[in-house]
Design a protein around this ligand. Structure first.
Ligand SMILES: Cc1cc2nc3c(=O)[nH]c(=O)nc-3n(C[C@H](O)[C@H](O)[C@H](O)COP(=O)(O)O)c2cc1C
Ligand SMILES: [Fe+2]
Ligand SMILES: [Fe+2]
Length: 397
């Protein structure tokens, strides 16, 4: 990504990491890579909004230099300090000692643990609703604590009606010079945004809802997040999705069928369940917990109303990868979903009861149908058909 104009005086100066083997936060696979966006405003005063990750730092500094065109840098606005944006701050301070850091009180506290420099103690500290005048452009600051770090904030450019939203409205995926969302939002694009939201921000629904309330009072023409595309065509759609996701409400009626199986018996029954659900006209997707990173399963839960989990019993417990997935739903504060279960084992089967307990511990989650027990290769066919019918009825209700 080179320097790309967003509006007359606003430029995108970020860069993408295309290394598909990397793990975001050393946890989430990103075969699609990821973009680390940053923005530059050229006005009577110059300002850079957010830093860069170390992976793209060199490109970022080249872009910033190009955007500055020999002018001094007046302000470094720090909307979010997480090192996937903040890694460059030390070098920014050294390269542009004339620039003043801009952040909120928490930015100052947290940054002083990362960077020990006079520039941090001299930070221009801004609070909710305060403004920074750059000339034609005035940045109004919006505090967004725990979306998704304590110091997280956004700023709104009143002249161009741009919301610089830091991680909010971000997405996985490397980007090229086509930085805008002008093409239709296909399923792949939506999944990059959903998987990012669910796994990175998902836990903080209440805080995101508070931000959406503040955003409702703004006339937003463009959203500039620090990952993914600049949003100007799909603002209504993105706000609609964020309202659902932050309220832990499903996007659509349908079933995420996920199975844990070592020798194929549980897998076969889960596949049969998936096919039967499809035959009855229910929207469903099927995942093998052993072949699928949890982040994709979590994303599926944010999408669909129902989950059918099928797991072997493993050392008197739930199969470890299924257990990790169910624990993650609790950690991310998932709510308002319906769960159904298939359990399996060969001598003392307990995975159904244990999975059910985990689902029941989630806020406002329901159990649909009776758990079907698969003993080695044997199961009650009528009970299985009844479970499928119950799930289908629940989805269609
Ligand atoms: C390490 C290990 C631990 C197991 N622990 C239990 C158990 O506690 N209770 C049980 O009924 N079966 C247990 N099993 C047996 C499997 O759950 C059982 O064979 C199941 O039918 C396998 O289903 P699958 O064909 O879908 O892999 C265990 C199997 C393994 C390999
Ligand atoms: Fe972040
Ligand atoms: Fe980020």
């Amino acid at each position: 990504m080179s320097v790309v104009k967003v509006t007359e005086d606003v430029y995108a100066i970020g860069a993408s990491d295309r290394d598909g083997k990397k793990l975001f936060e050393r946890l989430f696979p990103i075969p699609e890579g990821v973009a680390y966006n940053s923005y530059f405003i050229s006005d009577e005063k110059t300002a850079v909004l957010d830093g860069a990750a170390s992976e793209v730092e060199d490109d970022y500094f080249v872009n910033l230099k190009t955007a500055l065109g020999g002018r001094p840098l007046d302000y470094i606005v720090l909307n979010h300090l997480e090192p996937d944006h903040g890694a460059a701050i030390g070098r920014l301070i050294k390269t542009y000692p004339e620039a003043r850091l801009v952040g909120n009180p928490k930015t100052k506290t947290i940054l002083s643990s990362y960077v020990c420099d006079d520039a941090v103690s001299d930070m221009l500290v801004v609070c909710e609703g305060e403004e920074l005048k750059l000339g034609k452009h005035t940045l109004k600051f919006i505090m967004t604590p725990m979306v998704h770090w304590p110091e997280s904030m956004m700023c709104y450019d009143e002249s161009d009606k741009i919301l610089f939203s830091q991680d909010a409205f971000g997405a996985f995926g490397a980007e090229g010079d086509e930085i805008f969302d002008d093409k239709d939002f296909d399923d792949e694009r939506l999944e990059k945004m959903r998987r990012y939201y669910a796994n990175i921000v998902g836990k903080y629904g209440a805080q995101v809802s508070a931000v959406l309330k503040k955003a409702a009072g703004l006339d937003i023409k463009t959203i500039c997040p620090v990952h993914g595309l600049v949003i100007r065509k799909h603002i209504g759609e993105v706000l609609r999705l964020y309202t659902l996701w932050s309220g832990y409400l499903p996007e659509e009626k349908g079933v995420l069928v996920v199975y844990a199986s070592m020798y194929g018996h549980t897998a076969a029954l889960a596949k049969e369940a998936y096919e039967k659900l499809k035959e009855t006209g229910v929207n469903a997707v099927l995942f093998d917990v052993s072949e699928t990173d949890t982040s994709y399963l979590v994303s599926g839960v944010f999408r669909f109303s129902n989950v059918l989990a099928a797991s072997v019993t493993y050392n008197a417990g739930i199969y470890p990868k299924m257990e990790y997935f169910l624990n993650d739903l609790k950690a991310l504060n998932v709510q308002n979903r319906a769960f159904s279960f298939v359990e399996s084992g060969s001598w003392a089967i307990s995975s159904g009861k244990l999975m059910r307990e985990k689902a029941e511990s989630l806020k406002n989650c329901r159990i649909v149908g009776d758990t079907v027990t698969l003993k080695a290769a044997s199961y009650d066919k009528a009970a299985f058909d009844k479970l499928i019918a119950d799930i289908a009825a629940d989805v269609k209700a």
